[in-house]
Design a protein around this ligand. Structure first.
Ligand code: FCB
Length: 512
């Protein structure tokens, strides 16, 4: 499909999905699709090169795919509690069963192998390992992940382990959750247990998935569990996570000499709304708060300038000496890219003390700004939208990768997630012709290849996701998979985009 058709289809789909598109803008885009910013030529796609040995991969997270929520001694997680509470998740759905990967992982690893994948980013469920969040491990949980990792290695797939992808043991939430500083120590014990039992085979560890998101969404605005909406709790939680990240790096390395530790941060390139000094400063604060807050803490033992005026360190619970605990130079830097933000200054706006407005899944912008970061960040809708309503902006990955590369002295980079939701389902012949997803990845990967050609040391790309799964508070209303899942029969059908991505992985180029 060419760009014109792609755009037209995306606009059509967005309209069908009832997304708010300005009809005037849609008409303009249809008239001159060639001028859409960020467009990539066919030549560029054909020329795109990836280094030899580039690691093509896919990602998932325990709560989103495993199911088996109460088996083999697993404890309750905050996501179990949240999804079992009426009114929290679209469609009143849960991750109790989801893709049932806990029992079907051999089949799923078979799909990865069939699609020539070299790396699989998965997460471990903390309450399977420590049902109450502390104490000696539940060996049934350890044994499960041990078999799982062996199966990956047998298939010649690198196990990339995310230690925490949001499913905190409920027992630790009952002790105060992430705002309680003690969680840094409990978390480091948990990470050490994993490294001790699995560190002979797992060498690539990311302590936290999207630390800004789960602290902010869980404690700052209450859209995720535990559902608190208190800005001070968010700040405290964020600081505990920085301490935990540092403590975990040390406990992992103490338990496994082969371990390398990095990250799986969520990041979005931030562009100032206008060229004014104030908007540019606001975009810099966005970058500091949402992109590199935890990276700066790890790499330099300090926080970047995310706040207007004096940083609220007291509110965060920062103590003298914490910089040494936070300091944990990462072996490589991992981050996701989904889309971009346009940021403007909100210093003049009246802070209401409510939520702080911002990105696509945050609080209602009308509730005002927090009194500290004082910016407004919005996801623009200039490019086409996915069916989840997110703007497609392939060039953003180029800007983000080159910026992080420059700011952190050319680290090894792993792209830990990127993807798009479209609801395409199997047709009469059992095929899933999801051309829009293939187009999404092709253009974004061409931009990534350009960043690599310009010197960025990117060694992997993990598509989100191996298969359709439980999409947090959106339940099963979004489908990010490269394989379609029929949640009634548990049948997996590799989508056309998955077959394409498998050919890309085999050929190490995009025009396949
Ligand atoms: C990321 C999450 C991942 C998934 C994708 C769509 O923010 O890390 O679990 O939900 O978005």
């Amino acid at each position: 499909m060419d760009r014109r058709q792609f755009l037209a289809n995306s606009l059509k789909t967005a309209a069908v999905a009832g997304l708010s598109l300005d009809p005037g803008r849609a008409a303009i885009e249809n008239q001159r699709p060639q001028e859409v910013p960020g467009e990539i030529s066919r030549d560029e796609i054909a020329r795109a090169q990836f280094p030899d040995g580039f690691l093509w991969g896919m990602a998932t997270a325990a709560y989103q795919v495993e199911g088996a929520w109460n088996e083999d001694g697993k404890g309750e997680s905050i996501w179990d509690r949240f999804t079992h509470t009426v009114g929290k998740v679209k469609g009143a759905t849960t991750g109790d069963v989801t893709c049932d990967e806990y029992h079907r992982y051999r089949e799923d690893i078979g799909i990865l192998k069939q699609l020539n994948q070299k790396t699989y980013r998965f997460s471990i469920s903390w309450p399977r390992i420590q049902p109450a969040g502390i104490g000696s491990p539940n060996m049934k949980g350890i044994d499960h992940y041990s078999r799982f990792v062996d199966a990956l290695l047998e298939a010649n797939i690198r196990p990339f382990c995310t230690i925490y992808h949001w499913d905190l043991p409920q027992a630790l939430e009952d002790r105060g959750g992430w705002p309680n500083r003690d969680l840094a120590g409990y978390y480091a014990d948990y990470a050490g247990i994993l490294a001790k039992h699995l560190g002979d085979r797992i060498t690539v560890w990311a302590p936290f998935n999207m630390p800004w998101s789960f602290t902010y969404m869980g404690y700052g605005v209450g859209a995720f569990p535990p559902g608190r909406a208190n800005f001070a709790d968010f700040l405290k939680a964020a600081h505990t996570v920085s301490l935990a990240q540092g403590e975990a790096l040390r406990s992992i390395k103490a338990a496994s000499s082969k371990a390398t530790v990095g990250s799986a941060y969520g990041m979005a390139p931030a562009y100032p709304k206008t060229d004014s000094v104030a908007d540019r400063a606001a975009a810099a604060r966005y970058h500091a708060m949402n992109n590199v807050f935890f990276l700066e803490a790890a790499m330099h033992g300090r926080y970047p300038k995310a706040f207007v005026g004096e940083p609220p360190y007291e509110l965060m619970g920062v103590r003298p000496g914490d910089e040494k605990i936070m300091l944990a130079p990462l072996d490589w830097v991992g981050f996701h890219y989904y889309n971009r933000r346009i940021v403007s200054d909100a210093s003049g706006a009246h802070p209401t003390g409510g939520g702080f407005s911002g990105t696509e899944i945050e609080a209602d912008p009308s509730t005002g700004r927090d009194p500290y970061t004082r910016f407004q960040a919005v996801m623009p809708t200039e490019g086409p939208l996915t069916e989840a309503g997110l703007e497609i902006w392939p060039h953003g990955i180029y800007d983000l990768v080159t910026r992080i590369s420059n700011e952190y002295n050319h680290p090894i980079i792993e792209i830990t997630e990127s993807g798009c939701s479209y609801l395409d389902a199997p047709d009469d012949r059992g095929r899933v012709p999801d051309a829009r997803r293939t187009d999404f990845f092709r253009e974004e990967l061409a931009e990534l290849a350009r960043a690599i050609a310009d010197g960025a040391r990117v060694r992997s790309f993990h598509a989100w996701s191996l298969m359709d799964n439980f999409e947090w508070a959106n339940g099963y209303t979004e489908r990010y998979g490269l394989a379609y899942v029929d949640f009634r029969s548990q049948k997996r059908t590799i989508k056309d985009s998955g077959l394409w991505y498998g050919r890309v992985a085999a050929a190490n180029r995009l025009n396949v």
